[in-house]
Design a protein. Structure first.
Length: 96
């Protein structure tokens, strides 16, 4: 496609820079218009729902301690088991 464009510009004697400059000017004008439009928009609503977090009288849930390593189970490498036994261990129970 670029070869066709170069050939056309060579045949007409134009370099093609005027067309590119015009497109860049149009793009710059569109971007400026978009930025000005966005700057004049209203403030978006608050991103949270519920009571005002600045109110000190708001009831909050109680804080409870939960250990981060409590449910830890060591997972050491083991020898592989036969695949039939593995499949039967995870297969759904047969329907009666």
């Amino acid at each position: 496609m670029f070869a066709h464009i170069r050939t056309r510009f060579a045949a007409t004697g134009r370099q093609g820079t005027a067309s590119i400059r015009r497109r860049l000017d149009t793009l710059a004008a569109l971007c400026l218009t978009g930025l000005l439009t966005a700057a004049c928009s209203s403030i978006p609503p608050s991103p949270f729902t519920g009571p005002d977090p600045a109110n000190p009288r708001v009831r909050v849930p109680a804080v409870a301690y939960r250990s981060t390593v409590g449910p830890y189970a060591s997972q050491r490498p083991v020898e592989p088991r036969p695949w039939r036994e593995q499949n039967q261990g995870v297969a759904p129970a047969p329907k009666p």
